[in-house]
Design a binder for this molecule. Structure first.
Ligand code: NAD
Length: 484
């Protein structure tokens, strides 16, 4: 045989398991309602196919949702014992597991992420969050943050992890005895609406969870509603700052999870093949639509050439394409708007003098795609080293000493996460102490667990989600010594 290549056989997950309706209403007081009649379309970013029409909530719809949440809070949820609330959370967690395949397929269709990620990462962690916070519901007196809920939580989430961000917001809020009004992002509303069906299936009392769909105006109506006691937001730093300004002077409690520009630092004693896997996972996981993505690679000069050659070899094997194909590593960019931002910043990178290399791959003709890309010869002043690209684009810088690595890593307005790759435990500890980042991963990257707090410094926001610390944002701080 002269030709030993073989043809690629796709392994697509069937979409028959999901039942996408032509149109969706708002989920208020335990029912789907029409609202004001305005609607927007949600599309599949891998094909540009319109998936459904979704209601766009206005101020009056948001007000109806907040009133339903207030009623449920006063009459039912805040009066229920923690042990009773836990039963609902456990039930929701079990239904998420039972309907896991359906949730994963729908998430991949509406968001563009590979099925192997929605199936093996997003959905299992979503269920784990509900299980974890169910466990806290009857033990709040041991949290260190008191056990009194705040009331109604207004929650606004982004499109990069639609269901996971929902879980990070709703699970601790309900465990602490709050009720919620949540708005998913306008490009990814469908799994939140399926979650609303799961709330019905779990017999959650009406009004405890309300899901209102819409864009920025709907989000603004939620965060500025006078009867919302707590605002929880994940998204861009720009909108986060606008929200902080909007609630200033009110007694609303606020947590903000914003952007990042994480340094992934590779020392010359690191196991290089493992580090290359970590670099790939750090920036190409979820198409790089990750606030804590390892988007700045800091590599020690003595191994830079070797790391780059292994990295490019590995990148050339990444399979980009159909999100529902079980072999796909990198799926579709979530929207035309995000694709144009990624393209624009990449062009800026070239014009600033950095050298661009993209993995050779055939991109589908429909949908929104961007080949995994790496920039070398990047300096700290370049925009691609400073700004969040939020796509599959890596900027590479080099360093000589640990101090130089720390200085470069911390030279950013953000402070969400960082990675350190080295053989020496003592170096891991000293780096972790010096890096201004909420999460520091050592010899791994992008690992999430419900028991572990997550959050940032500086322009990456404030407040923590996950773990015992994640309860603080949903309780009145009555404990002596609790952080405010
Ligand atoms: P965004 O901040 O514009 O939107 C996030 C959510 O906020 C969406 O639900 C949106 O409808 C809502 N929103 C928009 N304007 C609002 C307002 N004035 N008041 C209240 N809610 C409002 O972010 P995006 O468009 O989803 O993404 C833009 C950038 O944000 C990305 O390029 C990336 O840099 C960053 N981002 C960060 C994260 C993160 O997890 N930290 C997630 C997604 C996006």
């Amino acid at each position: 045989m002269t030709d030993n290549t073989f043809e690629y056989a796709p392994a697509p997950e069937s979409r028959a398991i999901v039942d996408i309706k032509p149109s969706y209403g708002l989920f208020i007081n335990g029912e789907f309602v029409d609202g004001n009649g305005r609607a927007f379309k949600t599309i599949n970013p891998a094909t540009e196919e319109v998936l459904a029409e979704v209601a766009e909530a206005d101020d009056a719809d948001v007000d109806a949702a907040v009133r339903a949440a207030r009623r449920a809070y006063t009459r039912v949820w805040s009066r229920m014992s923690g042990a009773e609330r836990a039963k609902y959370l456990y039930r929701i967690a079990r239904i998420i597991q039972e309907r896991g395949r359906e949730l994963a397929v729908l998430e991949s269709i509406d968001n563009g992420k590979p099925i192997k990620e929605s199936r093996d990462v997003d959905v299992p962690i979503v269920a784990a969050h509900f299980f974890y916070y169910a466990g806290w519901a009857d033990k709040l007196q041991y949290s260190g943050y008191g056990s009194t809920p705040l009331g109604v939580a207004g929650q606004v989430i982004p499109w990069n992890f639609p269901l996971l961000m929902l879980a990070w917001k709703i699970a601790p809020a309900l465990a602490c005895g709050n009720t919620v009004v949540l708005k998913p992002a306008e490009t990814t509303p469908l799994t939140a609406l399926l979650f609303a069906e799961i709330c019905q299936q779990a017999d959650l009392p009406p009004g405890v969870v309300n899901i209102v769909t819409g864009a920025g105006e709907t989000g603004r109506a939620i965060v500025s509603h006078p009867d919302v006691d707590k605002v929880a937001f994940t998204g861009s730093t720009e909108v986060g700052k606008a929200i902080a300004r909007a609630v200033a002077g009110s007694d609303k409690k606020v947590t903000l999870e914003l952007g990042g520009k994480a340094a992934n630092i590779v020392f010359d004693d690191a196991p290089l093949d493992q580090a290359v896997e970590g670099i790939v996972n750090g920036i190409f996981f979820n198409q790089g639509h990750v606030c804590c993505a390892g988007s700045r690679l800091l590599v020690q000069e003595s191994v830079a050439e070797e790391v780059m050659s292994r990295l490019k070899r590995r990148m050339a094997t990444l399979r980009v394409g159909d999100p529902l194909d079980k072999n796909t590593d990198v799926g579709a960019i979530n929207s035309a708007e995000q694709l144009s931002k990624i393209r624009e910043l990449s062009e800026v990178g070239e014009s600033e003098g950095a050298e661009r290399w993209s993995a050779p791959c055939d991109l589908p003709s429909n949908g929104y795609w961007f080949a995994p890309t790496v920039f070398t010869g990047v300096s700290q002043a370049h925009r691609i080293a400073r700004e969040e690209i939020f796509g599959p684009v890596l900027s590479v810088l080099t360093f000589r000493t640990p101090s130089e690595a720390v200085e470069k890593a911390n030279n950013t307005p953000f402070g969400l996460s960082a990675g350190v790759w080295t053989d020496k435990g003592s170096r891991i500890l000293s780096m972790a102490n010096r890096l201004r980042a909420g999460v520091v991963w050592a010899n791994t990257f992008n690992k999430f667990d419900p028991t572990s707090p997550f959050g940032g410094y500086k322009e990456s926001g404030y407040g923590r989600e996950g773990g015992r610390h994640g309860l603080e944002g949903y309780l009145k701080n009555t404990e002596k010594g609790a952080n405010s």
